[in-house]
Design a protein around this ligand. Structure first.
Ligand code: ADP
Ligand code: MG
Length: 470
């Protein structure tokens, strides 16, 4: 028989380790301290309520079985939860683990930790997360393409967590204003009368933080951080596709926040039903509140956006130029902004007033590649066939080595053989940044010089693209 809590718990641990694997063990079981063993009740201390919930949700059956086997069926487990109140006076309290865990549906607590009162700016594990104050409702132009999303967003900003728009899920293609709109909601709340803790984070940053938390063994700090917010804005959740562990933790945080009446706002580049690599139970939660899409801007909205941008820069341009731009650039607002910036830059370079002629020249050099024999579509098709990857893979976020290489090569050839700007090329590869394209070109150049096999592939591809080697 195990007479003391330490040996009792360590006998349980040895069983648990076999079942949960190293990582699960390090993360969820190593931080547990056995406290006492009295009257067949083993009390263990867990660092927080979140910890307890996570154990309960994921490991309750395992714990029960292990206790049954190692200690006996009449033994009980009790958690003692140390709540981090942030002021050093950590108060433990106790939750019982019932004998029949399947009946344990009601949780006898609802003590939301005191949030930190800072204004939309935080740091976790060296990652800065803050709202960008330049995104506001004021400078978000309303049009048919975004009316529903905007008004739902505005309603949420006035009464976060109170409307039925919880979660609020906004989706739409790249450059259509998702980030702008959700940041505007965040800024509106932060500037409002009620002091709310608002956190904006990209899904990528969230995933990286989580990864670091696992690596450095401070899942605890990670989850506490996210559980303290009144409003969680999480951008581009399509990034969670295929990342099961990250989805698990997000699911948990989502449930906890939602249950406590915190507002959750998310964006995605496609409707929830098309988020293939996400767990069904997560996707179904996304549909609990309101889902609204942002569409490509219509002509009137494009006119209004150009006018607004020019106004903001104090620049006057003729109506026919505005119309020409609005007519020609219909893909998305980011692209439209890019054209406007290039036009202003060109005008100052050649020291000319902006007129139709200059607008046409600018546009020709950055948007269309009509003159070029080899277009970006053709390059993507050729490269994808050559490496046997799909065109979608060239555009998505997969980081598999072969796909990254194919993607970088396709970017490299696009830069070489089309008139597209770096920005535009990035856009055609799933909305990547221009710096990603620069990086791709450099990588290809480096490898071409150092790796013979790689050099062969490049030369062969060049032939396939019906272009002579330089
Ligand atoms: P997404 O997150 O959907 O890719 P962003 O929110 O980053 O798009 O928007 C791209 C650019 O277009 C940003 O500079 C943003 O300010 C601008 N923009 C998007 N929608 C609007 C709008 N309705 N009014 C004014 N500017 C907009
Ligand atoms: Mg965005």
């Amino acid at each position: 028989m195990h007479s003391d809590h330490n040996t009792a718990w360590s006998s349980c641990l040895s069983k648990i380790r076999n079942d949960v694997g190293d990582q699960g063990f390090e993360t969820w079981f190593k931080p547990i301290r056995p406290l006492r063993l009295d009257n067949k009740v083993l009390t263990i201390q867990v660092p927080s309520q979140f910890f307890y919930e996570y154990l309960e949700e994921h490991y309750v059956q395992l714990l029960r079985n292990v206790i049954d086997i190692q200690l006996g069926k009449d033994f009980q487990l009790e958690y003692s939860v140390v709540v981090d109140t942030g002021d050093g006076s950590n108060q433990p309290y106790t939750i019982n683990l019932p004998n029949n865990p399947s009946r344990n549906t009601s949780k006898g607590y609802n003590s939301k930790p005191e949030p930190r009162r800072e204004m939309g700016s935080f740091e976790l594990f060296g990652y800065d997360i803050k709202l960008n104050p330049s995104y506001s409702f004021d400078n978000f132009i309303e049009g048919d393409c975004n009316r529903l999303a905007r008004s739902a967003g505005y309603a949420v900003a006035q009464r976060p967590g109170v409307t039925s728009f919880n979660p609020l899920m906004l989706y739409g293609g790249v450059g259509l204003g998702k980030t702008h709109l959700v940041q505007a909601i965040g800024n509106e709340i932060v500037n409002g009368a009620e002091k709310k803790v608002v956190l904006y984070v990209s899904s990528e940053k969230f995933a990286n933080q989580f990864f670091d938390a696992i690596k450095n063994n401070n899942i605890q700090e990670f989850s506490n951080f996210y559980l303290k917010v009144d409003v969680l804005i999480i951008d581009d959740v399509q990034f969670f596709e295929g990342k099961e562990k990250t989805q698990e933790i997000f699911f948990h945080i989502f449930n906890h926040l939602h249950q406590n009446g915190s507002q959750i706002i998310m964006t995605s580049d496609r409707p929830p039903k098309d988020l293939d690599g996400l767990m069904e139970r997560l996707v179904s939660r996304f549909k609990w509140g309101l889902t609204a899409d942002l569409q490509q801007p219509d002509y009137e909205t494009r006119i209004a956006i150009i006018n607004r941008k020019m106004q903001a820069d104090g620049i006057d341009i003729p109506d026919n130029v505005i119309e020409y731009l609005a007519y020609s650039v219909d893909t998305n607002i980011r692209e439209l902004e890019g054209v406007i910036i290039s036009l202003i830059a060109n005008a100052s370079l050649v020291k000319k007033e902006i007129d139709l002629e200059l607008a046409k020249q600018t546009l020709k050099s950055i948007v269309h590649d009509i003159d070029s024999e080899v277009g970006i579509d053709y390059i993507q098709k050729t490269v994808s066939e050559f490496f046997k990857v799909s065109i979608d893979q060239l555009k998505d976020k997969t980081r598999k080595k072969e796909i990254v290489m194919a993607r970088q090569l396709a970017m490299y050839f696009s830069k070489e053989y089309t008139n597209l700007s770096l920005k535009s090329i990035g856009y055609h590869f799933g909305g990547r940044d221009h710096s990603t394209v620069i990086h791709a070109v450099q990588t290809v150049n480096d490898l071409y010089d150092t790796d013979n096999n790689f050099k062969k592939s490049v030369d062969e591809l060049r032939k396939k693209l019906k272009l002579k080697s330089i």
